[in-house]
Design a protein around this ligand. Structure first.
Ligand SMILES: [Zn+2]
Ligand SMILES: [Zn+2]
Length: 271
């Protein structure tokens, strides 16, 4: 599985135009961030924030099969506007793609876009019910994000068993869980997320400063990541009130150990 972090900022991109803070005046390309978005194996897109169109410019767009959405907030869905003008059209020769969403998220999307997405077909799936996208098993697991229905997205790779002739000849592969915006995970949901190979976690603030009511901080995330027994944790949704990539990495090295990292735009992980 190849996980590519296309965007890693919180609700607004970094640097902020006009701001002179340490992050916004940094020369390190890792401190330039678009809205949080991930591409798995070039074919499954997690979230569709405002930079979606620009993020896809550098990808093989013909490979994209599906879009998954964590929740209805604008920083996770505004890019849906552009996709019906790329997919399922004669000019591009590209196929339709599927938008897998839970009903509450689709209702939220409909509040912003009072229209159909044409070639982007919404397929409503239930929370906690695993469905297949090609060789992957995907589950939307509910998490608490203020009053907004929000989900962790668990993505488990499977592959055919070499010597098996039975119909159940599938071997479980690596598990990646994306939990971008949340302030709490109920114990029943924690059980489903535990022992993922990689978890992407909400890094909207470092501590209490700048922490929104619907979000954890990176400090909280260290405890949560350890509790969820992930092999590796990458923080995404990095907010303006945090620090430079370099300093945040140093902070994690000292406070959390080698399993914890700060993602940056363009980072690719091979599982
Ligand atoms: Zn967000
Ligand atoms: Zn949100």
């Amino acid at each position: 599985m190849i996980i590519k972090f296309l965007g890693t900022s919180a609700g607004w991109p970094l640097p902020r135009l006009g701001c002179k803070c340490t992050i916004c005046s940094s020369k390190d390309p890792k401190d330039t961030r678009g809205r949080t978005q991930i591409l798995i194996d070039g074919r499954v897109l997690l979230d569709a924030g405002p930079e979606t169109y620009h993020h896809l410019k550098n990808e093989d767009i013909a490979k994209l099969e599906a879009i998954l959405i964590s929740h209805e907030h604008p920083d996770h869905i505004l890019g849906l506007w552009d996709l019906p003008h790329i997919y399922g059209r004669k000019e591009t020769g590209l196929n339709n793609i599927n938008l897998y969403v839970t009903q509450p998220v689709l209702n939220g999307i409909r509040k912003i876009f009072q229209r159909d997405f044409g070639p982007i077909k919404p397929i409503v799936v239930s929370e906690n019910q695993t469905f297949a996208i090609g060789n992957a098993k995907v589950t939307y697991i509910p998490v608490i994000h203020g009053n907004t229905p929000a989900y962790a997205i668990k993505y488990k790779e499977t592959s055919a068993l070499r010597s098996s002739t039975s119909s159940a000849g599938l071997k479980d592969g690596k598990i990646f869980t994306y939990i971008t915006d949340f302030n709490r995970i109920l114990p029943s949901s924690q059980t489903q997320i535990r022992h993922s190979h990689v978890i992407a976690l909400d890094g909207s603030s470092l501590g209490k400063i700048g922490q929104g009511p619907g979000h954890i901080s990176i400090k909280d995330g260290i405890i949560i990541g350890k509790n969820l027994k992930a092999k590796e944790v990458y923080f995404v949704h990095i907010g303006h009130k945090t620090d430079t990539h370099k300093r945040l990495e140093r902070y994690l090295e000292e406070e959390a150990g080698p399993k914890f990292h700060i993602a940056f735009d363009g980072l690719e992980l091979k599982l």
